[in-house]
Structure formats: structure tokens, C-alpha cells
Design a protein around this ligand. Structure first.
Ligand code: MF3
Ligand code: CO
Length: 255
């Protein structure tokens, strides 16, 4: 069952979303050549606590860090480590913040220093895929309308969509129904819910430069592309309304 959030829950989701978005912005500034991914994790962890929130991923299914940092061919769920970023790295950072029991979930991919044009293009198209999907994150459409728009955007640009991991409802739990795939299943095996006001969805294209296939590393977490080519990720928590969708993890004005 997909439950619409109450006005009080939505207010809490907005507060959590703002903290997650600010943490993502901070992480992007920290993703510089020479930084270890652990140092970014630590600073973002401290930032989230300073806002009276907690990192939603820490301990989730045993996840050992506060945020996920996935470099180059790593798709998602990269565990922060002593790895030092170097110029040209493609760094996907995924952050959840829980405030008053509600979660904001968002991600973005950053190019460290001088990126090559291919990396920059993958980052831009992945973000564009999110916004193409967002056009259908509206009362009157179905989940599959979001999925189709994302898939079309990725494939039109010569990229492929990860199948094994999907977007999701989000609220007091990280993963709530419905699933929000970034592709259309044919034949369709799962329900395709209608979008209703008050639903809060994490829409999160994971886009591979090469083939769609993924593997999981021996750490049990890190998802990598099977062909070793780059991957990018972009995610926001979105509220379905009677009108335009509201991005709950939108950044405040840059200062
Ligand atoms: N942000 C991820 C998602 O959207 C959740 C991270 S899973 C964790 O599904 F275990 F790493 F926390
Ligand atoms: Co998510």
C-alpha cells in the first residue's frame, strides 16, 4: 500500500530534504583531488548531526558508513575508504538525512578537477534524465510514465539504464512502496501505481556509459559496471502534488 503523507509528515520531509540537499552540496565541494572518500564521509556525517539529523544509511542493513561514495565504474553503494580522489574522477555521492523520523534521500555525481568531455556529458545527461522523469511526477500519471521518460533520455543519448536498482517511495523508512524503475519492463510483471498527491518518491536514475550489466564487489556493497565503464547517479526526493511536483531535496540558493 502506498500511503499519502499528511501535511505534518510533509513538513517533516521538507526539513529532512533541506538538510540532505545541503549535505550533498557540501559533499560536492569536498570532492576535490587529494581528498579521501573517508574524509568526505566524516565531514558530511558531522554536518548532518550539526543540523539535528542523523545519516539515514549508517547501519542500514549493516551499511558501515554515513554516505555512499561511488567512483568511476562504481555505480552506487561505494563505501568510503582511504582512497584519494584524483583529477578526472567521476564521484557519485548518495546521502540520506533523517530528521524527526523522516528522511530526505538525494544523490549527485561530480567530476573532480578537469574532467574529460565524456565524463561531463554523462553527468549532465544523468541529471537531465531525472528532470525528464520529473515531468511526469504528477497527479494523473503513473510510475511507468516517469520510468519511460528516464529510459528514453538515457538511451537516446547512447547510454544504458541499470535494472537491478530502482527509485522508491521514501518517508519514515528509506525504502517504501512503490518501486520507481528507470526503465519499462516488457512484459510488465509488477503493478504500475497511479501517482497521487502526498506521495513522496526518490527518483534516481543510475546511468551507465557502456552496457547496463552490473556486478557487486566482494565487500558485499559496492555495485560496479560489469564492463568497467563509468556510471553516474542523480537523485532527489520529490513530493507529488495537485500541480507541479516539489523537489524536497532542492538546494537553497548558492551563496
Ligand atoms: N540511497 C540509497 C537508495 O536510494 C540507499 C542507500 S542504501 C545503504 O536506495 F545501505 F547504503 F544505505
Ligand atoms: Co534512494
Amino acid at each position: 500500500m502506498i500511503k499519502a503523507k499528511s501535511a505534518i509528515e510533509i513538513a517533516k520531509m521538507r526539513r529532512a530534504g533541506k538538510i540532505a540537499a545541503a549535505a550533498r552540496q557540501l559533499a560536492g565541494k569536498l570532492a576535490k583531488a587529494g581528498a579521501t572518500t573517508q574524509s568526505i564521509d566524516k565531514k558530511v556525517h558531522d554536518f548532518i548531526l550539526s543540523k539535528g539529523a542523523v545519516p539515514s544509511f549508517l547501519g542500514y542493513n549493516g551499511y558501515p558508513a554515513s554516505i555512499c561514495i561511488s567512483v568511476n565504474e562504481q555505480v552506487i553503494h561505494g563505501i568510503p575508504s582511504t582512497r584519494r580522489l584524483v583529477s578526472g574522477d567521476l564521484v557519485s555521492i548518495d546521502i540520506g538525512a533523517t530528521k524527526d523520523g523522516y528522511i530526505g534521500d538525494c544523490a549527485a555525481t561530480f567530476v573532480v578537477g578537469e574532467g574529460d568531455p565524456d565524463s561531463t556529458r554523462l553527468v549532465e545527461i544523468t541529471k537531465k534524465c531525472f528532470f525528464e522523469g520529473l515531468k511526469f511526477a504528477r497527479f494523473g500519471y503513473r510510475v511507468s510514465d516517469i520510468s519511460r521518460a528516464i529510459q528514453r533520455c538515457a538511451e537516446e543519448n547512447g547510454y544504458s539504464v541499470v535494472r537491478e536498482y530502482v527509485g522508491h517511495g521514501v518517508g519514515s523508512k528509506i525504502h517504501e512502496p512503490p518501486e520507481v524503475p528507470n526503465y519499462i519492463e516488457t512484459p510488465r510483471r509488477k503493478a504500475d501505481p497511479r501517482l497521487l498527491p502526498g506521495m513522496t518518491l526518490a527518483i534516481e536514475p543510475m546511468i551507465n556509459a557502456g552496457a547496463a550489466a552490473i556486478e557487486i564487489l566482494g565487500d558485499g556493497w559496492t555495485v560496479v559496471t560489469a564492463d568497467g565503464k563509468n556510471s553516474a547517479h542523480y537523485e532527489n526526493t520529490v513530493l507529488i502534488t495537485r500541480g507541479d511536483p516539489e523537489i524536497l531535496t532542492a538546494a537553497e540558493e548558492e551563496s
